[in-house]
Design a binder for this molecule. Structure first.
Ligand code: 5GP
Ligand code: ZN
Length: 113
């Protein structure tokens, strides 16, 4: 997608602090971190949001979660972490390229996010 911020970050057209990359997934530090560890885990395929996941593209979601487990270990999140996916306007999604927030490094509390 020409006009997508995260597609541009994946392509290296916009700089980011890379944490992890494989054939399917690119992960980088959030520019506005909400926890000591705040990594955005993004599929290299442009899928706008969770609502667009279906049986023909769900492999990208699986690969993201495989990456999340690796990144959490690499970041030392041995005591747990939280994964958040915002979807659409009411979900507070601001970048319309599917992504998972990996948050940790402190006790995150009992609130929704
Ligand atoms: P959303 O609100 O869509 O779930 O999450 C989008 C996230 O992308 C936000 O947490 C925001 O801080 C992050 N973000 C927005 N623009 C950039 C950017 O240019 N670089 C990085 N690293 N993160 C960004
Ligand atoms: Zn995109």
């Amino acid at each position: 997608m020409d006009d997508c911020l995260f597609c541009k970050i994946i392509a290296g057209e916009i700089p980011s602090t890379k944490v992890y990359e494989d054939e399917y997934v690119y992960a980088f530090r959030d520019i506005n971190p909400q926890a000591p560890v705040h990594v955005l885990v993004v599929p290299k395929e442009h899928i706008a949001c969770a609502d667009e996941v279906n049986e023909s593209n769900s492999i990208w979601v699986a690969r993201c979660y495989e990456a999340i487990a690796k990144i959490a270990k690499a970041e030392g999140l041995t005591n747990g972490y939280r994964v958040i996916n915002n979807c659409g306007e009411d979900g507070g999604q601001t970048v319309m390229h599917l992504h998972f927030h990996l948050l940790g490094g402190t006790w995150l509390g009992m609130n929704i996010i």
